[in-house]
Design a protein around this ligand. Structure first.
Ligand SMILES: [Zn+2]
Length: 441
């Protein structure tokens, strides 16, 4: 008998790779934080002596969700400026609040609130884009969460930096350099949008990103107004400007991409650009619906993100995945445009690919980190079960997520967050609400 750290025996195991596989009566073996074996349960019983043996007779075990785009700290602004279109939402709601309250303390508390919500709803990795990224990285490490931490760059001053060169210097000194080869944290550049950066700064960013071998994450073609304004100001669409500056390549994670022509989609596919599709944020801000079926037909890798909780208003990848599948069917007039299995892949392995982490996470394969989520399907609204993946995608709710492991660490145990003081976190959230809601003086 061989010793192993943990052996999980779910009713169904959906590894995502190979595609469409559903393993019944199998076990997943964890050693030193990584998946070391996936094998029939009877063989596992004969082969391994685990420190922890976890039987889950009603559960489906999947790779943890990868939230391909969010702004974790903005969870403190959840519900603060609802029912507005993007420009008014930013200019009347979010930016004035950030001007007054953006700080390391706010980012720490907001990121912790977001990570607690993400782990409790089955997410094991997120791609972030916000100020004080060194605090985002530190908070993720403290809570044992996997993250790709995006460092913001813009020409405008904020509480974090004064101008583009200070943003870049701080990004290098505080985030990119310290987290090289970290087991939980990877980093990327995260310019907010093409309208927030000059051509010169984009060129500097491209050179630095190439040197550091990190990706670039940017909001792109989110609204029709963004395209019209860019055309008026620069004589070209944001996509064309990025292309001319040499940034449309396999290191680009383009967020939203709601309004794209067929020609632009073909160029994306050719260049190997990844897309973070954030359907509920696009719906809520009335930005539109991204042509996901077209992207997939063209061979573009489409991942799923929630965007920040200020424009969603949750970080729940189960419902985001369901929304992505349903919208793709309706917009393509094709009920098979995104199947349940496709949707699960978009929310896991496609996300890992979009973050450059497909070799480390996103599927249940020996050698990868044990980033796993277990969901209890023994609920009235999930019964009876003809196809467990369909039930997962079309019926499961976040409160059915019972267990989550990140790099083998059991962070959600039978529905309880193990390392987070939720009472204290709730209290801090209420205090932030009182500060944000206080009359502006
Ligand atoms: Zn965003």
């Amino acid at each position: 008998m061989q010793h192993c750290d943990t052996l999980i025996a779910p009713r169904w195991c959906v590894p995502v790779e190979p595609a469409n596989a559903v393993l019944i009566e199998h076990a997943v073996v964890i050693n030193d934080g990584r998946i070391s074996d996936v094998l029939p349960l009877a063989d596992a019983r004969a082969k391994y002596q685990p420190s922890a043996f976890i039987m889950q007779p009603d559960h489906i075990l999947i790779p943890g969700f990868v939230n391909a785009h969010t702004h974790a700290a903005m969870s403190l602004m959840r519900g603060m400026a609802d029912d507005l279109p993007l420009e008014a939402w930013l200019q009347e709601g979010i930016w004035p609040a950030e001007k007054k309250w953006l700080s390391a303390e706010m980012v720490r508390d907001g990121t912790e609130l977001a990570i607690a919500e993400m782990i409790a709803s089955g997410t094991t990795c997120f791609s972030d884009q916000y100020f004080f990224p060194e605090i985002v990285a530190e908070t993720a490490v403290n809570l044992h969460m996997r993250a790709m931490v995006g460092t913001p760059i813009m020409e405008f001053p904020t509480a974090w930096a004064a101008d583009a060169s200070e943003y870049m210097n701080k990004a290098n000194d505080r985030v990119h350099d310290p987290y090289v080869d970290h087991p939980l944290i990877s980093t990327c550049f995260a310019p907010h949008s093409t309208y927030s950066l000059s051509d010169e700064s984009f060129i500097e960013l491209r050179v630095l990103a190439d040197q550091l071998d990190v990706r670039t994450q940017i909001h792109l073609h989110e609204t029709a107004d963004e395209l019209a304004n860019a055309l008026e100001k620069n004589g070209k669409h944001p996509f064309e400007r990025l292309h001319d500056l040499g940034l449309v390549n396999a290191s680009l994670l383009a967020v939203h991409c709601v309004h794209m022509s067929d020609t632009e989609i073909a160029i994306f596919a050719e260049a190997g650009v990844d897309i973070a599709h954030c359907p509920r944020s696009n719906l809520k801000l009335a930005s539109g619906i991204a042509p996901v079926a077209k992207y997939r037909e063209a061979g573009v890798n489409v991942a799923i993100g929630t965007d920040g909780a200020a424009s969603n208003n949750t970080l729940d990848m189960l419902s985001e995945m369901r929304m992505a599948a349903l919208l793709a069917k309706a917009t393509a007039s094709d009920a098979a445009a995104v199947s349940a299995s496709d949707a699960l892949r978009m929310a896991t392995l496609n996300g890992a690919s979009a973050l450059g982490l497909a070799h480390e996470t996103g599927s249940i394969e020996p050698g990868k980190w044990a980033d796993l989520t277990s969901i209890d399907l023994n609920r009235l609204h999930s019964q009876p079960i003809y196809d467990p993946v369909s039930q997962l995608v079309y019926t499961a709710r976040a409160d059915q997520v019972t267990d989550v492991w990140i790099a083998g660490k059991h962070l959600l145990d039978n529905g309880q967050l193990v390392h987070i003081d939720t009472d204290d976190l709730l209290q801090r959230s209420i205090e932030w609400r009182d500060r944000f809601a206080a009359p502006q003086i």
